[in-house]
Design a binder for this molecule. Structure first.
Ligand code: ADP
Ligand code: GLC
Length: 482
């Protein structure tokens, strides 16, 4: 099968969160299953820095806007692990400081940027080869599904080509002013509640949900949750109407990147059978955070996260005064919303012996935390899948999570034969504190703790099975169009 991915993030070039991990790993797994996969990514400044002299594949595409055209080049990102990568080069749109936003807010022309990206991918496939299926991700490439079934409706080469949309996070939908419909050269009769309109805005993700041939999201739990008012963020109605076409497929892990047996970013390697290297990783991590004199009996709790309301930092802040009474240190790595960056920095300054925070994006440090911490804390308000808790399992770092979405699906405290982590329910910081205290209690019992670590390390979340599930979704979508 010939599959084209269009996405706004992909490891190793451009990443703000787990989307980038998935868009790198899933194509690789599909290629391993024998499929031909191409991935399209905007040629952001960050990408250009890493691949400054990418060869030109298509020297000029014309992307029309109401009173002007933009001219876009397609660059060769190379064949990596059997997956062909292409970059959409439009310096006016993508040669910027960040992917989506400045500290003061989203770029004002994001609709034009990602509308252009989606159209450029469609146009390129007309030159390089029309695929059997398009796979688009989140609001940033959802417009591809909309264009395919509207602007390109009469194009004979696309009539039998479906678009599959994966919703990684329904909290971000791409809301734009109504006149965006004109910017995208779409007719005003698509600006209706049945199609692209919501609360008098043009909603990219909603458009994708309406027009895509099939929908997936990144865990079974979240597939159910987004059909409710609590998690649907206003899209529960349209998602409910398409529930027959919506499946939850739990993300996998790229164990080439995330495995303590061969991770090049960590101080020592270890496995479930030989855990001795983990102690060295713990010392290295404490050192990296400038924590001295921490006893072996003291638990090291790690956090790696985007700093966003989604991730439940307000729960952590609420319990901090009581948490610091416990025998633990808390090490946090993250960046994002300025509010949380400031708040968490203040908390760390209040308890320098117990809490440390590093406000930055640092992939090596993320690996060091996975390897060196004893527990991994993820009290998310909602979590479509969550990758860090699954990475943690492989590193023998026991997750403490809120029971939601993919966290609920992957972490089981009461499992027959032994749990793999600790879980709390409700929007309740007291329940979080209880879960942390339960974990600290178990940590004191070394045998039980080691069993729990080894149990998580033995679990297999590799991409092969999820990739096969995606193939079934593609096949069904192709069948439905023929
Ligand atoms: P989300 O996509 O909602 O941010 P996930 O758990 O799916 O959450 O994925 C987060 C990914 O981003 C993981 O690979 C994690 O290691 C990485 N990450 C998040 N914040 C940082 C950071 N500050 N530095 C390095 N990596 C980070
Ligand atoms: C989103 C979600 C996260 C998920 C990731 C990859 O950013 O917030 O839960 O793991 O996408 O699918």
């Amino acid at each position: 099968m010939d599959i084209v991915f269009a996405a706004s993030e992909c490891v190793p070039w451009a990443k703000t969160g787990g989307l980038a991990d998935v868009v790198s790993a899933l194509p690789k797994a599909l290629a391993r299953l024998g499929h031909k996969v191409s991935v399209y990514l905007p040629y952001y400044r960050q990408v250009a820095k890493l691949v400054p002299d990418a060869a030109v594949v298509v020297p000029s595409l014309t992307i029309p806007f109401p009173s002007y055209n933009r001219f876009v080049r397609i660059l060769d990102g190379g064949l990596i692990d059997g997956v062909q990568h292409y970059f959409v080069d439009s310096p006016e749109m993508f040669d910027r400081e960040s992917l989506y936003a400045t500290p003061s807010g989203d770029y004002g022309d994001n609709a034009e940027r990602f509308g252009l990206f989606s159209r450029a991918v469609i146009e390129t496939t007309k030159i390089l080869g029309v695929p059997d299926v398009f796979h688009v991700h989140d609001w940033q490439s959802a417009m591809l599904a909309v264009l395919l079934r509207s602007t390109y409706f009469f194009d004979p080469v696309f009539r039998s080509v479906p678009a599959v949309l994966t919703i990684h996070n329904a909290g971000y939908q791409g809301w734009f002013p109504p006149r965006t419909i004109e910017t995208l050269l779409l007719p005003w009769d698509m600006f209706t509640f049945e199609k692209l309109e919501q609360n008098d805005t043009l909603n990219f993700l909603k458009g994708g949900i309406v027009y895509a041939d099939a929908l997936t999201t990144v865990s079974r739990g979240y597939a159910q949750e987004i059909q409710t008012a609590e998690f649907g963020n206003g899209l529960e109605g349209v998602l409910g109407r398409r529930s027959a076409d919506l499946v939850g497929i739990l993300n996998g892990v790229d164990y080439d990147e995330w495995d303590p047996a061969h991770d090049p970013n960590i101080a020592a390697h270890f496995t479930a059978e030989n855990l001795s290297g983990k102690q060295k990783c713990r010392e290295d991590l404490l050192h990296a955070f400038g924590m001295t004199g921490v006893s072996d009996e003291t638990a090291v709790i790690g956090v790696v996260s985007r700093f966003a309301t989604q991730k439940g930092f307000d729960f952590i802040v609420q319990i901090m005064d009581r948490l610091v009474e416990e025998d633990m240190v808390l090490l946090m790595l993250g960046n994002g919303e300025e509010y949380y960056e400031r708040l968490l920095t203040e908390v760390a300054a209040r308890y320098p012996q117990k809490v440390a925070v590093r406000v930055k994006y640092d992939n090596v440090m993320a690996h060091k935390i996975e390897a060196g911490a004893d527990m991994f804390l993820m009290p998310s308000r909602y979590e479509p899948c969550g990758l860090n808790q699954i990475y943690s399992l492989k590193y023998g770092t026991v997750p403490i999570v809120r029971a939601t979405g993919g966290l609920e699906d992957t972490i089981d405290e009461q499992a027959f034969g032994g749990g793999n982590g600790f879980k709390f329910w409700g929007y309740d910081s007291g329940a979080l504190l209880d879960a942390i205290r339960r974990s600290l209690g178990t940590f004191q019992n070394k045998d039980e703790w080691t069993r729990m670590m080894q149990h998580g390390m033995a679990q297999d979340f590799s991409w092969t099975k999820p990739a096969e599930e995606y193939v079934r979704v593609y096949e069904r979508a192709i069948q439905n169009r023929s």
